[in-house]
Design a binder for this molecule. Structure first.
Ligand code: ATP
Ligand code: MG
Length: 553
């Protein structure tokens, strides 16, 4: 994880507001006007008192009261407008950021997501993004409002005497800048630690749920539970510490405001005694100052939550700025599959030990090529390279004579059908699970693909047939049924190049035979790369390569 400074995170987050600048300016103007009407309510009241005492006031007492009524009404309306604008901006942006993060995850998949904590990602997409609401609705425009508002009030108070203006400035700076800064120094990286631990906790819970049967089987449930409790209490410890900082911060702000109010009273009284200001120069600046801390206190109270917000922003930016291992390619000339694939002298590692070592495979069109080799020898890796999930850095892979690094990703995906070692099924009906391979597939096409994959009869035996829902991750189906659905998807996708990774590992010989026959029948227009440990499956291959210590023979 990159560690960005608060300023960098803020700048990047503010950059995202660009499409909504108009609303932001409106929110700032409404907020400024709203706070000014609120402050001037007290100031008008002060004038009314002065008028009552026989001093000169800018309007008659009745006029002042009418003005106060109007201001009170306006205050409510303006406040509503400001909040409406800010929340409109915030939730629009959250939606935008969520879709950006999802796009980023699509770009990064699958290479960069292998081995990443899915629970942690979920916590970024849900709670971290949600926290940015604080930034967009309660930080940016309030900061701008506070700046403008304090400038205006300093000028107003300064009009009575420059010294009083300076005192007001010092008060605003202390409450709005100094105290929040000190608070954020005090809370340190508490916010970041809290976000990180909360992400780790959700990853831990998700992991535990997935592995529930293993936990029960090996009686590890109690230990797991204890660890979960330890993590939860560590998390609430962080939260308590953050709340303590917030509480202390609010208490200190309250005290400092009162002290500055008194300082203003004494300073103006002193100036009055030495004849430098009139009596209204004592009453009004003090009232104005005491009634004008709204925007600065709002900022000050953000001090401690801001840490949390920046930590969340940091984690979101980490995903947005992550570079994919293999970029999506577009705009290259269209490619057709007509001469097969050639793997030429490819050497590959996932960063550590070499997985493939100077591998050469020729996959001519219309042939079934078998790959065998012990577990972990790199068979699946070779298929992933053919899919360009990882880029080839040493050696080359060419498809129809063109390097696969030069083929549009969309073309590559439509030319290649990949059945992975474990089939992922979505929490949806069987028909919809199959249709991700071909959105507009008709019922006939679905059934034909399922017959080839030897799964049609099974589906028809289910109470709702093709509309039967499968549980999350397909866990209401057996391993063999899932596998056959995966193969049915590939048949439905109807790509000229089929990459089958252990397609028959979970099948009995009867189902295996049906699928192999279907492959034989289909082979006219199709090229197949078949990985399997089973001799019976390999029997259909025209040529078999053996992967051994990263080398092919
Ligand atoms: P099996 O027959 O068990 O499926 P395989 O031949 O398909 O094995 P691969 O999945 O290609 O083997 O893995 C080859 C090696 O690369 C293994 O040692 C594995 O641990 C490693 N490996 C696979 N995927 C990754 C990854 N994403 N990051 C790092 N190492 C990986
Ligand atoms: Mg494998």
């Amino acid at each position: 994880m990159k560690h960005r400074s608060g300023i960098t995170v803020m700048a990047r987050l503010v950059g995202l507001v660009k499409p909504l600048t108009g609303y932001m300016i409106l929110a700032i103007l409404l907020g400024l006007a709203g706070h000014l009407t609120a402050s001037f309510l007290t100031i008008l009241g002060g004038w009314a008192i002065l008028g009552g005492l026989g001093f000169s006031a800018p309007a008659s007492t009745a006029g002042l009261f009418v003005c106060m009524g109007v201001f009170a009404l306006l205050r409510g309306i303006l406040r509503y407008g400001e909040q409406a604008c800010n929340h409109f901006i915030a939730f629009k942006l959250l939606a935008l950021i969520r879709s950006k993060v999802f796009q980023a995850l699509r770009r990064l998949a699958p290479a960069k997501l292998d081995g990443r904590d899915k629970g942690d990602l979920i916590s970024v997409i849900t709670s971290d993004i949600e926290l940015l609401e604080v930034f967009y609705a309660h930080t940016i425009s309030p900061a701008a409002i506070a700046l403008l508002f304090c400038t205006i009030l300093c000028l107003f108070i300064g009009a009575f005497h420059p010294l009083l203006g300076l005192l007001a400035l010092a008060a605003y700076l202390t409450v709005g800048v100094l105290i929040p800064w000190a608070t954020s120094r005090l809370s340190g990286d508490l916010g970041l630690r809290f976000r990180r631990d909360s992400g780790a906790l959700s990853a831990f819970v998700l992991d535990s749920l997935r592995g529930l049967s293993e936990l029960l089987q090996y009686q590890a449930g109690q230990r797991r539970l204890e660890e979960m409790e330890a993590r939860s209490s560590a998390l609430s410890g962080h939260e308590a510490a953050m709340k303590r900082v917030t509480g202390r911060n609010m208490a200190v702000s309250g005290l400092v405001i009162l002290l500055f109010g008194m300082a203003m009273l004494f300073a103006s009284a002193g100036l009055y005694l030495s004849g430098q200001v009139e009596f209204d120069g004592v009453l009004l600046p003090t009232l104005a100052l005491l009634g004008s801390f709204g925007p600065t206190v709002a900022l000050a109270n953000l001090g401690s939550t801001l840490q949390n917000t920046f930590a969340a922003g940091n984690r979101v930016l980490d995903i947005l700025e992550e570079q994919p291992v293999a970029e999506d390619l577009t705009g290259r000339p269209a490619t057709q599959f007509h001469t097969g694939v050639n793997v030429e002298d490819v050497t590959f590692s996932y960063g550590g030990e070499r997985v493939l070592d100077h591998v050469c495979v020729d996959i001519p069109q219309g042939q079934i090529i078998g790959l065998v080799g012990r577990s972990g020898s790199g068979k699946s890796t070779l298929l992933k390279l053919l899919m360009r999930f990882w880029p080839v850095t040493q050696g080359s892979i060419t498809l129809s004579g063109r390097s696969i690094g030069e083929i549009n990703t969309a073309d590559l995906r439509s030319m290649e059908g990949f059945v992975t070692q474990d089939t992922h099924l979505f929490h949806d009906s069987i028909a919809n699970n199959l249709r991700i391979a071909k959105l507009d597939a008709t019922q006939e096409e679905l059934e034909e693909a399922c017959r080839k994959a030897s799964v049609h009869e099974f589906i028809m035996s289910l109470p709702q047939g093709y509309d039967t829902p499968v549980g999350e991750l397909g866990d209401t189906l057996s391993g063999g049924e899932r596998q056959r659905l995966g193969i049915a998807r590939a048949f439905l996708h109807n790509a000229p190049l089929l990459l089958l990774d252990e397609p028959t590992s979970n099948l009995d010989s009867l189902n295996e035979a049906v699928i192999l026959q279907a492959l034989e029948r289909e082979r006219a227009g199709r090229t197949v790369v078949l990985v399997s440990h089973r001799a019976s499956t390999m029997a259909v291959a025209d040529r078999v390569y053996c992967v051994e210590h990263g080398r092919l023979s």
